[in-house]
Design a protein around this ligand. Structure first.
Ligand SMILES: Cc1cc2nc3c(=O)[nH]c(=O)nc-3n(C[C@H](O)[C@H](O)[C@H](O)COP(=O)(O)OP(=O)(O)OC[C@H]3O[C@@H](n4cnc5c(N)ncnc54)[C@H](O)[C@@H]3O)c2cc1C
Length: 375
């Protein structure tokens, strides 16, 4: 495609070009359009992308340590408001309140659950001895159960698909693999093939590790794999967290996962993970099941487990919105709005998400000292 000067002055002239339409690119384009920006989105379904396979879980507490999710109350309130606005705009259901029944595997875990449930900040979320109901006999009974309230499940694949349809209908979606070699910086504008914009924002998920402008940031991508299964004679509406998460996806299908692996063996589903997931599932349910599919994605996780927002220190038209890690459903809306306001000049970035926090990082991810800095 050649640059067409007529196009530059008209329909291909944008305020912002976004590269990548996973959850990050979807939410950022939504908030930029609310700010009356002209937005184009370049996206291509690359193997390893994650939003279309994520369970979309928003979880108030996570991990074996039963830790409270970072800034949970603030983030979840805004997330709910955003997904509900998108539900109205797109005429789809996105938000589902959820309860998680969590297996407690030993006395230590049980005591820890009881101890934490007495802390004020956990009182709205942690409850003991839930009624597991008729599924009890079909699940391998753990030492005990805890009930986790205040969770939610977001239909992320549906959101991505329906938002893409909107962009396509408005002529704002460009379906191609972005090629960094085609970027041109001219007269304070950035040109890409026959598109021109003031700003370009990269929302490429884990693929950002190949972005020559932002690959100095300390991404620690983690591969995640899951199975979609149909159980024989087992139905439940709540989420079970046993050896794995078992999450009802509707139409009798359950999301079973996920693995988490730093060592990179390519973006495709692996035999290793399939065996692991089947083994763990067999230790969880007593019923037979049919595997419908096996999926893999690479989470855009970051060394300090915080999102990555900001402007390139040298190429001032280039920006990044990434690093949603394992908590995109919760963190995405709040920080997409913050990024959109920053891009239009109506706000700053929180220090702990601004990529400036890594200004003193070398290409290998090590901090280097500035002159005069002590140990
Ligand atoms: C197994 C698994 C389970 C998960 N479960 C949850 C969960 O329950 N809750 C939760 O909050 N999070 C979950 N996550 C994490 C969640 O998926 C991420 O936080 C979030 O989806 C990341 O969105 P993203 O837009 O940054 O990246 P992605 O969804 O990967 O999107 C990046 C987009 O950019 C495109 N792209 C990249 N490079 C280019 C290029 N050069 N040219 C064109 N297009 C390009 C990709 O094809 C893709 O469409 C899970 C992740 C995995 C792997």
């Amino acid at each position: 495609m050649k640059i067409n000067p007529l196009n530059l002055a008209s329909s291909n002239d944008f305020d912002c070009i976004i590269v990548g339409q996973g959850l990050a690119g979807t939410l950022l384009s939504y908030f930029l359009l609310l700010e009356n920006q002209r937005v184009a989105v370049i996206d291509y379904p690359i193997q390893g992308r994650t939003s279309h396979i994520a369970a979309g879980l928003i979880n108030p507490v996570t991990g074996r340590r039963i830790a409270k999710s970072w800034r949970f109350e603030e983030l979840v309130g805004f997330a709910r408001q955003t997904y509900e606005a998108l539900e109205l705009k797109l005429s789809i259901a996105l938000w589902k309140d959820q309860t998680i029944h969590r297996a407690l595997h030993n006395t230590f875990e049980e005591n820890e659950w009881l101890r934490r449930s007495s802390f004020p900040e956990f009182q709205a979320y942690l409850f003991d001895e839930p009624s597991i109901g008729e599924i009890k006999d079909k699940i391998h009974e753990p030492h005990g159960w805890g009930e986790l309230r205040g969770a939610a499940q977001i239909a992320l694949p549906l959101l991505i698909e329906k938002w893409k349809e909107q962009l396509v209908n408005q002529g704002l979606y460009f379906n191609e693999i972005f090629d960094y070699q085609q970027l041109r910086f001219e007269n304070d504008r950035i040109n890409y093939r026959d598109l021109s914009a003031e700003k370009m924002i990269f929302c490429e998920g884990a693929k950002a590790t190949e972005n020559p402008f932002f690959n100095h940031l300390p991404f620690l991508p983690t591969k995640g794999e899951l199975l979609l299964v149909r159980f024989h004679e087992l139905n439940f509406e709540q989420i079970l967290k046993h050896n794995l998460f078992l999450i009802p996806m509707g139409n009798g299908i359950y999301w079973v996962g996920a693995t988490s692996r730093y060592e990179y063996d390519g973006p495709n589903p692996s035999d290793y993970a399939r065996k692991y997931l089947i083994n763990e599932l067999d230790k969880t349910v007593k019923v037979s099941y049919e595997i419908i599919s096996h999926e893999a994605g690479i989470r855009p996780t970051v060394a300090d487990v915080r999102p990555l927002l900001g402007r390139h220190s040298e190429f001032h038209n280039l920006f990044i919105f990434n690093g949603l890690g394992t908590k995109g459903a919760l963190m995405g809306p709040f920080f997409a709005q913050q990024m959109a306001k920053y891009l239009v000049g109506f706000g700053g970035l929180d220090e702990d998400v601004d990529i400036k926090r890594f200004d003193n990082l070398d290409k290998k991810g090590h901090f280097f000292k500035t002159p005069g800095q002590e140990d």
